[in-house]
Design a protein around this ligand. Structure first.
Ligand code: GUN
Length: 282
């Protein structure tokens, strides 16, 4: 029987435990974890994500500060705000919502964030830490996926894990986390030859491509754990994952739905990272 992994429920459990830990931490130290989120421009999807982050902060008892800047904000102004936040004692985590407008160099902005406040785990210091096996912060979506996989009870050691997609936000850090758990890891991308032959090897298949329903049943091994990171807006306004859910669910042992799978875990893990950041200062 296929198990549909309930990301909403697991994310709620994570937020609940973060709230409890944060209350405990406040009682012992007087410190309330604080997160600053910066949004440049009016991208509708980004506006929704930023709103959800503020709501999650309120739910777990964190301080949250939002910066909503116009699309023509200069790089210098953004760097200035980051400098101020790096020095701000009540802010422990800084998140700059991506993508940024084209005139801003994303790498330069990420590198300006204090690595100890880089709750996204995107700063080169944290990327290096992930590669060498000792990161301060792990990117939230892959961290959330590891939590979902761990709750399936499957042992990753020696298993074949295939990640489709090589983004800095999901694909690459995901592969490194699976490798750290001793899986045999393959990363596929747009130039991969015979993609179905590779994905069919997967005991654990992670789809993070951004193409609706591209992972079909003939690309999946019987009994695989299938994790769908896709958030694709269809013309009819509905959300679709990267996985053709119904036909793949018939073959998988565990599968995440879209919506309600990976998505809620990203924000739950952002709360966890922010609590970790606050703990780091004492
Ligand atoms: N845009 C899409 N996903 C993310 C994320 O995890 N962090 C940030 N900062 N921007 C994003």
């Amino acid at each position: 029987m296929t198990v549909i992994i309930d990301g909403n429920k697991i994310a709620q459990e994570v937020r609940h435990s973060v709230r409890k830990e944060a209350l405990d931490f406040k009682e012992k130290t007087g410190i309330v974890p604080g997160l600053a989120v910066i949004l440049v421009g009016e991208d509708p999807a980004s506006q929704v994500y930023v709103g959800r982050k503020a709501k999650a902060c309120a739910e777990v008892g964190f301080l949250s500060r939002e910066y909503k800047l116009s699309a023509d904000t200069s790089e210098a102004k953004l760097l200035n705000i980051i400098d101020e936040l790096n020095a701000d004692q009540v802010i422990h985590g800084i998140l700059v919502q991506l993508p940024l407008p084209k005139h801003i160099h994303t790498d330069k902005i990420i590198a300006a964030i204090d690595p100890q406040k880089d709750v996204d785990g995107f700063h080169p210091y944290n990327v290096g830490g992930l590669v060498s096996g000792n990161p301060l912060f792990v990117p939230c979506t892959p961290r959330g996926i590891m939590e979902l996989i761990s709750r399936t009870g499957i042992e990753l050691s020696g298993k074949e894990a295939v990640v489709v997609g090589r983004s800095n936000i999901v694909g690459k850090p995901m592969a490194l986390l699976l490798l750290a758990q001793h899986a045999t890891v393959t990363i596929c991308h747009s130039r991969t030859k015979d993609l179905p032959a590779v994905t069919r090897r997967a005991d654990v298949l992670i789809a993070a491509v951004g193409k609706p329903h591209m992972i079909k049943a003939n690309m999946v091994k019987e009994g695989a754990v299938v994790i769908d990171v896709g958030v694709n807006r269809l013309e009819n306004g509905k959300l679709a994952g990267d996985v053709a859910f119904d036909e793949v669910a018939a073959k998988a042992s565990f599968i995440t739905p879209v919506p309600g799978g990976v998505g809620p875990m990203t924000i739950a893990m952002l709360m966890k990272n922010t609590l970790d950041a606050a703990r780091m200062i004492i």
